[in-house]
Every structure is written in structure tokens, then in C-alpha cells.
Design a protein around this ligand. Structure first.
Ligand SMILES: Cc1cc2nc3c(=O)[nH]c(=O)nc-3n(C[C@H](O)[C@H](O)[C@H](O)COP(=O)(O)OP(=O)(O)OC[C@H]3O[C@@H](n4cnc5c(N)ncnc54)[C@H](O)[C@@H]3O)c2cc1C
Length: 437
């Protein structure tokens, strides 16, 4: 069948295995190997080719809740459970996910494999910092328990390891106690990039913050943005009413999004937020997952899909580096429809996790021929400023760029060889990046 990630690029023909139980997944492995190379796949919300291979093994049926202690807030669930399902179960008990990405449609396995970050990385770290342990099915058919104390190397390589060490079967996660799932939001207009970064630095106490950036603004307005600062309200634990959902039809033409419509959209957003009253109380769903109620918004880019370029740059070089990147993008004929800037706290010890102390910017580009040379140019600026790209969003980074930016890749490969000597877990991305053959 045809498969792709959220960016709809690249598309590949793959055999999709959907074993309905943990036992049936386990049967695929063992001494008599019944399958060639494969990669696990959760909800397919990574953008590029990290969950693509000739054979793809879905973990979506590992969707049971196994244990929940409503006193300690520790939960054990299958790797196929979605973030949205997790929230539905824990919110009535007064708990919240410790880290949320920009969509609730990711699986717990995918969240661990990408060591996802949220709008609170500067205060709470990334998702795996809250994972106490998980069970990992190896290519030998053995299931091992991994934590910071038990099979530590496997833990550090699997968290952020993009499915290359084995299949995460279930995980035990520490949740956050909250008094409300309603969010008090303050939105501040920043006139340019420096203003935005100053405001981010001055408001580090806000738990969940991010800036929407008009990446088509030029000159004195380069980097003009709206910074959203948010914390949980004091009370209100009921689930908010579900939002009305729209859907983008199949076959939406690619010309729908172009430089002109991007400019209109970015201007409209900027003007709209400039006149909003502060603070506003919103439900968590609309704050954390603003795009989730436009089903299949990824089709807006047309049949060739789009690429997301998400990078992090260390604090010391970020202002200069991000300015240079924004200049190149705003002067190019290809503008980013949605651009988001966030601050990261310190890195953890996972070998391939993305976040490091600094700033991360995510830019979307329609897939067209001019984008590839543009992104290669951005790679040069990125490396010159000590930055790196996020594997969960990547579909085109070169091996050289990856290896220059992820210094622990050799240690990762060593550990992978001990966990997966038959080199069973291989994705199109891992081959492109020289992590597997
Ligand atoms: C709209 C949108 C917003 C997003 N916002 C953010 C954000 O704010 N922060 C952020 O960090 N990310 C964000 N992401 C990216 C997303 O969180 C990650 O790509 C995540 O990995 C997707 O999970 P998934 O279940 O869809 O995994 P998939 O896309 O199916 O797979 C991703 C990786 O996980 C591996 N994997 C999946 N399941 C397992 C398993 N059971 N065992 C071992 N490996 C497994 C796959 O092999 C693959 O390498 C966003 C994505 C979208 C579409």
C-alpha cells in the first residue's frame, strides 16, 4: 500500500503489518526470522520518513490502559494509546500529560521514540524525562524492561531513537497533577525578533509558551510575532466540550497555498491577535492542539505535500542565526505558512533526542523544486551556528548534516548493534542518515 508521514512527502509503497495483539507482534520475531527489515509505526504523525520502510509494523493495537495509580499519578499503558485517549482517562482524576505536542493524535510509542517536546520544555523537559520505564521487544523476540536503572543504555538509545532499537510495547509514565484543564492565556505582540526573544526570556515563569511568527515580514519587522504565555487556571477539571471539526478534502489543489495567500494569512493573524483582550481563558484542547479540529490540514499543501524545517540553535548563537534564517526565507519566493518559535531548557542524556538549551523554530514549506536548494542553504547557516534539525520532522537532511549535528550518533549505533544485531529495525530515514544500511 501507499504510505507517507504527516507531510505527505515522501510517499512509499510498503507492506503494512497490523498485528492485533502483543503476542502476535512477538511471533513475528525470534530465531526463525519471518520478516526482513522493518520499522514500527504509531499514528504516522511524524512528518517525513522516520516511520517508513519497505515493511512497516503498526503498534496501534497496543491500545490498552494497564495500571493507573490516582494517588501517585503514575500510569502504565500500551504504546499504541493516543495522547488524546490518555487525556480523556486522566483528566477526570485531576492529572494532565507532562508534555504535549501540537496534536493529540500521536501515540505514546511515537512520543517516546521521538522524545517529543511541548510548549513547556523550558520548565519540564521533554516527554521521556517523565517516562519511568518501558518494555521493549527486540528483534530476537525477547522483551526487556528499560529504565534509567535497568538496561540503561537501551533506555537512552530508545528515547528519541526513532524506532531503531525495537518495538516499545508499553510504558509507565509520571503524570502532572493539575487543578484545572482550562488555560489562562496572555498574548503579547512583539514588533520584531529581538523583541520576541526578549519577551520570551522575561517570561520564563510561564509554563506553556510559544510564539507564532510572521516569517514573511521583512526589514524592521523581521520576526514580528505574537507570544502566547499560558498557565493552568485554578479550577475546572471537567472535559471541555468537543470542538466542531472541519475537514480538508482530498485533491485540494497545491496552488491553494502560495506566497500571496501566505502573506494574507500571516497579516490577518497578526492583526487579529493585536486586538485580542488579555488574559483569555481557553480550554486546553484549543490552546495545545489549535489545528486538530481542521482534519487533514496537511492536504492544504496539495498532492505533493510539504516539508517542515524544525531546528534548534544554542542560546549563544540563536539570535544571530535565526535572524539570518528568517532573512533568507523572507527573501525567497517560498514562505512558511505557519512558523513557531519556542525556548528549550537543558538537553537530557538520551543519545538522539532533539532538544538542547536554546531556541527552536519550525517552518513549513510546500514541496516544490525550489525548496530543496533553499533548505540546503539553511542547513549551512544552521551548522555554522551549532544547530540541529528534529528527526521527527525531517524528510531530506543529508548524512553529513546529521552526523555533524548529533555527536552521539556513533554511541547510538554501537548500542543498536547490541540490541538489534540482525539490523531488523531500519527506516528510509535511518538509511539516508547513515544510521543503518
Ligand atoms: C500537527 C503536528 C504537531 C506536532 N507538534 C509537535 C510538537 O509540538 N513537539 C514535538 O516534539 N513533536 C510534534 N509533532 C511530531 C510528533 O509528535 C512526532 O512525530 C511523534 O513521533 C508522532 O507520533 P506517532 O505515534 O504519530 O509516531 P509515527 O509518526 O508513527 O512514528 C514516529 C517515530 O516513532 C517510532 N515509533 C512509533 N511507535 C513506536 C513503537 N511502538 N515502538 C518504537 N518506535 C515507535 C517510529 O518508528 C518512528 O521513528 C507534531 C506532529 C504534528 C502532525
Amino acid at each position: 500500500m501507499q504510505l507517507h508521514g504527516w507531510g505527505r512527502f515522501p510517499g512509499v509503497t510498503a507492506e503494512l503489518l497490523e498485528p492485533p495483539t502483543r503476542e502476535s507482534i512477538q511471533k513475528l520475531f525470534g530465531t526463525k526470522k519471518k520478516h526482513g527489515p522493518m520499522i514500527p509505526r504509531g499514528a504516522g504523525r511524524s512528518y517525513g520518513d522516520s516511520s517508513l520502510a519497505d515493511t512497516v509494523l503498526s503498534s496501534r493495537f497496543l491500545d490498552s490502559f494497564l495500571e493507573f495509580n490516582a494517588t501517585t499519578g503514575i500510569i502504565k499503558c500500551g504504546a499504541g494509546v493516543s495522547m488524546g485517549a490518555l487525556l480523556t482517562v486522566i483528566i477526570p482524576e485531576g492529572f494532565f500529560a507532562p508534555v504535549l505536542p501540537g496534536t493529540k493524535f500521536v501515540s505514546i510509542g511515537g512520543a517516546i521514540a521521538a522524545d517529543i517536546h511541548g510548549k513547556n520544555h523550558h520548565t519540564d523537559g521533554s516527554f521521556c524525562d517523565h517516562v519511568r520505564s518501558f518494555s521493549l521487544l527486540l528483534s530476537s523476540g525477547e522483551i526487556i524492561q528499560c529504565s534509567r536503572d535497568e538496561n540503561r543504555d537501551a533506555f537512552l538509545a530508545t528515547c528519541g531513537g526513532m524506532g531503531l532499537t525495537g518495538i516499545i510495547i508499553n510504558a509507565t509514565i509520571s503524570l502532572h497533577k493539575v487543578s484545572s484543564v482550562f488555560i489562562k492565556r496572555n498574548s503579547i505582540v512583539a514588533k520584531d525578533l529581538d523583541d520576541c526573544m526578549d519577551l520570551i526570556d522575561q517570561n520564563e515563569d510561564s509554563k506553556h509558551s510559544f510564539a507564532w511568527l510572521d516569517c514573511l515580514a521583512r526589514g524592521k519587522s523581521l520576526g514580528r510575532s505574537i507570544l502566547h504565555l499560558a498557565d493552568h487556571c485554578a479550577d475546572g477539571l471537567q472535559q471541555p466540550k468537543s470542538r466542531v471539526s472541519l475537514s480538508v478534502p482530498f485533491g485540494t489543489p497545491g496552488f491553494f497555498l502560495n506566497r500571496f495567500s501566505n502573506k494574507l494569512f500571516n497579516n490577518a493573524i497578526y492583526e487579529m491577535w493585536k486586538h485580542r483582550k488579555n488574559p483569555s481563558i481557553v480550554n486546553y484542547d484549543s490552546y495545545f492542539f489549535p489545528l486538530d479540529n481542521i482534519r487533514n490540514w496537511n492536504r492544504l499543501y496539495g498532492s505533493k505535500g510539504f516539508l517542515q524545517y524544525q531546528f534548534v540553535m544554542p542560546s549563544s548563537s540563536a539570535r544571530e542565526g535565526i535572524r539570518e534564517i528568517l532573512k533568507i526565507v523572507s527573501e525567497s519566493s517560498t514562505g512558511s505558512f505557519i512558523s513557531v518559535l519556542k525556548k528549550f531548557g537543558n538537553a537530557n542524556q538520551n543519545l538522539l533526542s532533539f532538544p538542547t538549551a536554546g531556541y527552536t523554530l519550525a517552518l513549513d514549506f510546500k514541496n516544490e523544486p525550489s525548496v530543496f536548494p533553499l533548505l540546503s542553504k539553511l542547513d549551512e547557516v544552521l551548522l555554522a551556528h551549532g544547530g540541529r534539525l528534529y528527526l521527527a520532522k525531517d524528510s531530506r537532511m543529508s548524512e553529513d548534516v546529521f552526523k555533524a549535528a548529533y555527536p552521539n550518533w556513533e554511541r547510538f549505533v554501537e548500542i543498536k548493534k547490541t540490541l538489534d544485531p540482525s539490523n531488523t529495525f531500519v527506516s528510509h530515514q535511518s538509511m539516508r542518515l547513515g544510521l543503518t544500511q
